[in-house]
Write a new protein. Structure first.
Length: 264
């Protein structure tokens, strides 16, 4: 074995020299091995480690702007700032909110689906004029949809589960006390979502949410809005939870029906 070592080392030296003198030794195949090791080859650029991948780009801000405009329009509708029967153009509203007309039109299309406005060709969008009959019909549909579910829950859900909804009811009362109709509308929907969510039917919650939002848009000839109306409406949430915990089905039905017909 010792005798073979010089021969082996000489063979390696010769092989290395042969490889260096072979045409194309500095070309693609040899260069590829060199580059893998990251070694510098004379006459070629040193191997550069690729730069780290750039972080994923955020989604276009147009969608977040649209959401902000939609929230602002909903608040303006609930507060009566946008008047039922009046027509508003995309460019005019865009100037009002400091954005282009595009996100305004996109937000308005969503409000068309929610029954808050309707399209007026070549002019813009008209705030829907809803009569007392429209609101009464919505209250009837909500009662038909939600009351049987809540009565079933009253029979099966243990009292401690109803106590978990108390913070949402209290949050609605706090929102009502501010007199901010848009803030209360959001808190009101949150309470009802949680209430119906106990049924475990996601489709029910979505349909009820859409009807609830439609019921919250002001009527064309609505009486002067009072903060006391919001406070009274919010108080019914806590009364309903007490009746549900006591499994008082008669009280539950009366409270649910009255809550829908007198919704603000």
């Amino acid at each position: 074995m010792e005798q073979g070592r010089p021969h082996t080392e000489a063979s390696r030296t010769a092989a290395g020299a042969s490889a260096r003198n072979t045409p194309g030794a500095h070309g693609g195949h040899h260069g590829r091995d060199e580059l893998v090791r990251g070694e510098h080859v004379h006459g070629e650029r040193p191997y550069a480690v690729p730069a780290p991948a750039a972080p994923a780009r955020r989604m276009p801000t147009r969608y977040s702007v649209r959401g902000q405009v939609l929230d602002a329009l909903r608040k303006a509708l609930l507060s009566g700032e946008l008047i039922p029967g009046e027509v508003y153009s995309g460019p005019a509203l865009g100037e009002r909110f400091g954005v282009s007309a595009t996100p305004v039109r996109e937000a308005m299309q969503q409000l068309v689906l929610e029954g808050a406005v309707e399209v007026v060709p070549n002019r813009g969008f008209r705030v829907t004029r809803r009569s007392a009959r429209d609101l009464a019909e919505l209250a009837e549909v909500r009662t038909l949809l939600e009351l049987p579910v809540v009565l079933r829950l009253a029979r099966t859900v243990p009292a401690p589960r109803w106590a978990e909804l108390v913070p949402l009811a209290e949050a609605a009362s706090a929102a009502a006390a501010t007199g901010d109709r848009a803030l209360y509308a959001e808190a009101d929907r949150a309470f009802h979502r949680a209430l119906l969510g106990l049924a475990g039917n996601h489709q029910l919650v979505m349909v009820a949410e859409e009807l609830h939002r439609r019921a919250q848009w002001p009527a064309a000839r609505e009486p002067a809005f009072r903060c006391a109306d919001l406070v009274a409406d919010a108080a019914e949430h806590l009364e309903l939870l007490d009746a549900l915990a006591a499994r008082d089905l008669v009280a539950v039905e009366a409270l649910m029906t009255g809550h829908f017909t007198g919704a603000v």
